[in-house]
Every structure is written in structure tokens, then in C-alpha cells.
Design a protein around this ligand. Structure first.
Ligand code: GLU
Length: 384
């Protein structure tokens, strides 16, 4: 299958916008500090992709590791406290960007820094703002370099890792391809570091089934993600109709093949049932802060008849969410059937649940009837 794709240049020609995720391991030496040789390889790779008329967006880790070039914190990566990581990241992020821009200068490539938190992705407004900024940067021939805003991301509001951030970015930027570069050249059937009979898996055509059977065999020391998180991110990208390649960012030959349009590492085919960008965001990007338990009639209305969720069908409200927050919708057996954006605060829904629109109109003393009892509009809802 990879041969078929490789022989068919159309495959690569069709990929116009590419998100390249660069793991910390790709950028550092054995002593855990930034490696100039690695930056040379990566910037050469990006230049080669741009030469082929690709728009490139980088999602780069490495801020925490770069901070070690600045601060004298000797604690090993595994035992760093959150404040230590945040201090290292805030010193390291500017060094990371400086290193990228000085290497890209050789190719006359301008760069821009974008730091995101999970909240930024969860808010539709900020998500759209980030998208518009990225579009404008690409229009101006700039390479956006995205990282998590580690300094203000505490454990509860963090992305699980930059693999996940790269998949959400691929959807945000409407990319055609996600390339995850790591220190391993793709996915193997066994841990290639521990077992030299391990075989590289060249293609995964059903990522969901593959993940169910996959036993995680690797965990990087300096970054946060292992192979499982890369596969889960490939799944998220796949649901948005985006193919993923997982390959080595350390090996010059691999990078050359990739920029020549030949697939190396592991190729993960996107799902043929691509969902819309907005639905993708509703499922994977938007944070859910509550749950609406609904009666059978309401569940049938939203799942079979493609209707909005009315307050009259809500029987219980869980969580302390605000108007415009994300929520789940469950049936009477507490099985989640949908997710969406609530038109009301949790406290407001508690007051109007079970009421007909006309009763709500009287209660709110409103002259408007149109849409008054809609708790979640069908355009802001996705079935799960
Ligand atoms: N944001 C972190 C950094 O720049 C990396 C997180 C990750 O690798 O997943 O160091």
C-alpha cells in the first residue's frame, strides 16, 4: 500500500498544508540541551517542503529542555516539579524561538510564535482567532511555530502533551497532513530499543482498532508523550480527515525522503467518514463542564429527528457550567449520546427543565417565543 501511495505522486501533491510536530527528543543532545545539528536538519526539511510549495506549520516542544541551557536546575526531567517546569519553559521558550529563527534565517524564512492553552482551543472565539492568525501568517509566507503556553498551563488545564496539541492544530489550521517527528522512526510491533526483532509497521488503515490492540512500549524521557499518545493524536487527526505520518526527526535520510514525497516511518490513513471541522472541535477541542440528562423523547428528537435539545426534555442537570460552555447530553441510563454548547447556565436550566417553551416564556416574562426553550441548538451539537 505504501508503494502504491509512493508511486502515486498525486498523494503528496495533494497535501498543501502540513503540520509538523517536533518532539523534544528530536531537538536535544544526549546531555538534554538544544542541539544545533538537529535544528539544521529540521530547518532544512521545512525549507525543502516549502520549496515543494507546501505551507508548513510547526508544533514544537523543547521549551523545558531549552530552559536547561539557561537555568541551573539539575533535577532529572521525570522529577521536575510544575513550578520548575514552568520556570524552565519560560526561560527556554524564548531561546527555542531564537534558535529556530537564527537557523531559518539562512533560508530567508520568517517565523512567528504562537503559545496556546487548552482554554484557547476550548473557546470557539479564541480558536477562530488563532485560526485567522495562522491563515494570515501563512499568507505572508511566515512559518508559525506553536507550543503550549506552559507558564500558565497548570495540570488541570493542560493539553495532555504536544502530540495532542498538534492534532488539534491540524484541525484548527485545516491541514491536509500531520507529520509527527520523534526519535523513533514510526510505530513498531515491539519496542525497537529492547527487541531487535521489532518490525516497523508501514501503514495503519484502521487507527481505532489499532489503538485498541496496541501495548505502549515507549515513553520519551524529556518530552511527555509516548507512542500511544502519538497514535491517539493520529486518531484525532484521522477523524478530521487528516492523514498522519510518524517518523524519525533525527535521521537526515528519513527527512529527505519525506520532503521528496516518499512515505517513510508509519503512515496512518485518515478515516473515510470525515466529520466537519466544527463537529471535530465540539468533540475533541471543546472542554465539557457538565451533563444534561434527558428523557427518551428528547433523545429521540436529537438522535433520530436531528432536532435541537429543548429544556422540556431535560430531567437532570449535573456540573456547574456557564452559558456557552460545553456539556454532554445523556439518556436516562446516563449513557452519553451527544455533546454541545449550552445556551444557559446550569442554574438557569435547573429552573426551566421540564417546562414547555410557552411556560418558559411566561416565567421569563419574555415577548419572544422563537427559540426560547432551546437548551442546545442542533448546529452546536454533535452525536457521539
Ligand atoms: N511544551 C513542552 C515544552 O515545550 C513540551 C510538551 C510535550 O513535549 O508534550 O517543553
Amino acid at each position: 500500500m505504501t508503494e502504491i501511495i509512493n508511486q502515486n505522486n498525486d498523494f503528496f501533491n495533494l497535501k498543501k498544508r502540513i503540520v509538523v510536530k517536533i518532539g523534544t527528543q528530536v531537538l536535544i543532545d544526549d546531555d538534554g540541551k538544544l542541539s544545533s545539528a538537529s535544528f539544521r536538519k529540521i530547518t532544512e526539511f521545512v525549507d525543502a517542503l516549502r520549496f515543494k510549495k507546501k505551507e508548513v506549520i510547526l508544533v514544537s516542544s523543547g521549551a523545558i529542555a531549552a530552559g536547561r541551557n539557561v537555568l541551573n536546575i539539575e533535577t532529572s526531567a521525570k522529577f521536575l516539579t510544575i513550578p520548575q517546569k514552568q520556570a524552565l519553559a519560560s526561560c527556554g521558550q524564548s531561546l527555542l524561538m531564537k534558535t529556530y529563527s537564527s537557523h531559518f534565517k539562512k533560508y530567508n524564512i520568517k517565523t512567528a510564535q504562537i503559545l496556546l492553552t487548552k482554554d484557547d482551543i476550548s473557546s470557539r472565539k479564541r480558536f477562530t482567532n488563532a485560526r485567522n492568525t495562522i491563515y494570515e501568517l501563512l499568507k505572508n509566507n511566515v512559518v508559525p511555530i506553536i507550543n503550549e503556553n506552559d507558564t500558565i498551563s497548570t495540570e488541570e488545564i493542560k493539553f495532555s502533551d504536544n502530540d495532542y496539541l498538534s492534532a488539534l492544530t491540524a484541525n484548527l489550521a485545516c491541514a491536509d497532513l500531520l507529520i509527527i517527528l520523534s526519535n523513533v522512526n514510526g510505530v513498531y510491533d515491539k519496542n525497537p530499543y529492547l527487541d531487535n526483532s521489532a518490525n516497523q509497521i508501514k501503514i495503519i488503515d484502521n487507527i481505532k482498532n489499532f489503538i485498541d490492540d496496541f501495548k505502549d512500549t515507549s515513553k520519551s524521557i524529556h518530552g511527555t508523550g509516548g507512542m500511544k499518545s502519538k497514535l491517539e493524536s493520529a486518531y484525532i487527526a484521522s477523524e478530521a480527515g487528516i492523514d498522519t505520518i510518524i517518523a524519525s526527526g533525527k535521521d537526515k535520510k528519513v527527512l529527505k525522503s519525506l520532503s521528496d514525497g516518499k512515505i517513510t516511518g508509519t503512515f496512518i490513513l485518515s478515516s473515510c467518514e470525515e466529520i466537519s471541522k466544527k463537529k471535530h472541535w465540539l468533540i475533541f477541542g471543546m472542554e465539557k463542564n457538565g451533563l444534561l440528562v434527558c428523557d427518551q423523547g428528547a433523545i429521540e428528537a436529537i438522535t433520530i429527528n436531528n432536532k435541537s435539545l429543548l429544556a422540556s426534555g431535560i430531567i437532570d442537570v449535573k456540573g456547574n457550567f456557564k452559558k456557552h460552555n460545553g456539556i454532554y447530553i445523556a439518556n436516562e441510563q446516563n449513557k452519553i449520546v451527544a455533546a454541545g454548547i449550552s445556551n444557559f447556565d446550569a442554574e438557569e436550566i435547573k429552573k426551566i427543565k421540564g417546562l414547555k417553551s410557552s411556560e418558559i416564556q411566561v416565567m421569563l416574562n419574555s415577548i419572544h417565543t422563537n427559540g426560547i426553550g432551546i437548551a442546545v441548538h442542533k448546529n452546536n451539537m454533535v452525536l457521539l
